[in-house]
Ligand binder design. Structure first.
Ligand code: GDP
Ligand code: MG
Length: 163
């Protein structure tokens, strides 16, 4: 049986960028506009020898359907239910925001294997934000740069633990 990995977090932290890198194709739409990924996407992901099912989430499916936070929470909860491993991504350059804290609340109740990922961690601009990440309550953030492909060995280690 294949392991299912879900990438969750607020808009614009780089979830779709990581999804595209793991899938190796431009399936998820990446844009500077927060929330342009309208659907949940799933595909087969790969890091070296490791194969898994990967879910990308957005949380902006239908703008007429409930509050923004309701929609995000619903999509996150669906992904949580299906996932064996949850990658909870925040933007280490921006630091921890109130919306990240709301996601953390939802994830704490999930009772699943949650790994905090501090994305955009290339360069020094993320140092303070990586330290701040501890406050979310999931231990030490794993520094990653989805755009530059840094931190993939750590992701490999996280996912292989679940297999
Ligand atoms: P999502 O809304 O969480 O799916 O975020 P996206 O993947 O659409 O990315 C949002 C923005 O962050 C885009 O402009 C990406 O190019 C940028 N981005 C993603 N990963 C990185 C990264 O590792 N470093 C930096 N500096 N920017 C990134
Ligand atoms: Mg996206």
């Amino acid at each position: 049986m294949s392991v299912t990995v879900a990438i969750v977090g607020r808009p614009n932290v780089g979830k779709s960028t990581l999804f595209n890198r793991l899938v190796g194709r431009k399936i998820a739409l990446v844009d500077d506009t927060p929330g342009v990924t309208r659907d949940r996407r799933e595909a087969e992901g790969r890091i070296a020898d490791l194969h898994f099912r990967i879910l990308d989430t957005a949380g902006y499916e239908d703008k007429t359907d409930g509050s923004l936070e309701d929609r995000m929470r619903r999509q996150t909860e669906l992904a949580i239910r299906e996932a064996d491993v949850i990658l909870f991504m925040y933007d280490a350059r921006a630091g921890v925001t109130p919306l990240d804290e709301r996601f953390a609340q939802v994830l704490r109740r999930a009772g699943k294997d949650v790994h905090l990922i501090g994305n955009k961690a290339e360069g020094k601009a993320s140092d303070a934000g990586l330290t701040e990440g501890y406050s979310l309550g999931f231990g030490e953030p794993v520094p990653l740069s989805a755009e530059h492909g840094q931190g993939m060995a750590d992701l490999h280690a996280i996912i292989s633990q679940a297999i």
